[in-house]
Design a protein around this ligand. Structure first.
Ligand code: NAD
Ligand code: UDP
Length: 313
């Protein structure tokens, strides 16, 4: 069997490093491309000795020339503090990154998957969110660089598909967590676990009644690969996420219980445009990909807590 050569942009990040690992296990030749803005060499150090793994330090804003059969486009900072650090660059990364990877897919006749996001639904007025919902996004707020950048990337994917016949796959990822999240990236799962393990206050923004639906990273990777391998002509967009919804207050209480921490809950102001609720409809993923998450929140959190415990201490 010929090994497929697979390019993963953003491959040294949290999700990307798990994806590279799984693709190697499945017998692919993997090229990981990353500018290491939020990604880290430590995430892929264990893959470096594998002869079928290559790391290229490269910014996706520069054109990309890598012969490949498949492309997973993940390059883009994902946590609010990182994507708001240089919002102009975040927008460029989504839009120019999409143009460069789509151009490459066109030249190589490669199949290409875009890691889009539930943020395309903005602060959703329809709950839960099916793929047919067009979203409610503020185009001028602090989250817009990310939300609108990802929306424009989806537009480019569908225009390359219609205009040039590029074989595209678009997934909308809902909040994903697991080992290799950065302890300093400000996302809620890593913040709460690190705070609980250190005995610091648990910082809830707003009243904590806002909801998210958290998917364990192994489940997400399974869905991503199923989408890449899905039938010809199925473009998505398809939601990938865990439909079990929880409030930030209940997440904090669960983390405190699982860590046995003495930390107290404190409240801070809610950031601008913070979505009130979020939960995926995953009927399409179930039907087309025969996929649904299998990891319960308690189990996934326990694995993530174990990771942070050994990473921190
Ligand atoms: P991450 O920040 O860990 O990974 C992003 C990777 O992209 C990093 O390794 C970073 O260094 C790299 N990168 C950023 N800008 C780049 C550039 N200009 N050129 C090359 N590389 C660049 O975040 P993640 O959580 O692993 O997210 C991966 C992808 O999944 C992102 O596209 C994100 O938008 C999407 N996503 C993630 C979630 C989630 O819950 N984690 C939810 C929705 C969508
Ligand atoms: N959040 C919180 N405390 C934190 C970090 C985040 O209460 O220390 C909240 C945040 O306001 C949001 C939710 O948790 O309502 C999820 O935030 P995250 O940044 O993880 O993801 P996103 O908002 O992009 O879904």
């Amino acid at each position: 069997m010929k090994r497929k050569r697979v390019l993963v942009t953003g491959g040294a990040g949290f999700i990307g490093s798990h994806l590279c690992e799984r693709l190697l296990e499945k017998g692919n030749d993997v090229v990981c491309m990353d500018n290491l803005f939020t990604g880290q060499k430590d995430n892929i150090r264990h893959l470096m000795d594998n002869p079928y793994f290559e790391f290229i330090r490269h910014d996706i804003l520069e054109d990309v020339y890598v012969e490949c059969d498949e492309i997973y486009n993940l390059a883009c900072p994902a946590s609010p503090i990182h994507y708001q650090y240089d919002p102009i660059k975040t927008g460029k990364t989504s839009v120019i990154g999409a143009l460069h990877t789509l151009g490459l897919a066109k030249r190589c006749h490669a199949r290409i998957l875009q890691a889009s996001t539930s943020e395309v639904y903005g602060n959703p007025q329809v709950h839960p969110q099916p793929e047919s919902y067009c979203g409610s996004v503020n185009p001028i707020g602090v989250r817009s660089c990310y939300d609108e950048g990802k929306r424009m990337a989806e537009t480019l994917f569908f225009d390359y598909h219609r205009q040039h016949g590029v074989d595209i796959k678009v997934i909308r990822i809902f909040n994903t967590y697991g080992p290799r999240m950065r302890s300093d990236d400000g996302r809620v799962v890593s913040n709460f676990i690190v705070q609980a393990l250190k005995g610091d206050d648990i910082t809830i923004y707003g009243d904590g009644k806002q909801t998210r639906s958290f998917c364990y990273v192994d489940d997400l990777i399974d869905g991503m690969i199923r989408m890449m391998e899905s039938r010809e002509g199925f473009t998505g967009p398809v939601n990938l996420g865990n439909p079990v919804e929880c409030t930030m207050l209940s997440l904090a209480e669960t983390v405190i219980r699982l860590t046995g921490s003495m930390s107290k809950i404190v409240h801070f102001p809610l950031p601008q445009d913070d979505p009130v609720q979020r939960k995926p409809v995953i009927d399409l993923a179930q039907k087309e990909l025969d996929w649904e998450p299998v990891t319960a929140l308690n189990d996934g959190l326990q694995k993530t807590i174990n990771y942070f415990r050994s990473a921190l201490f």
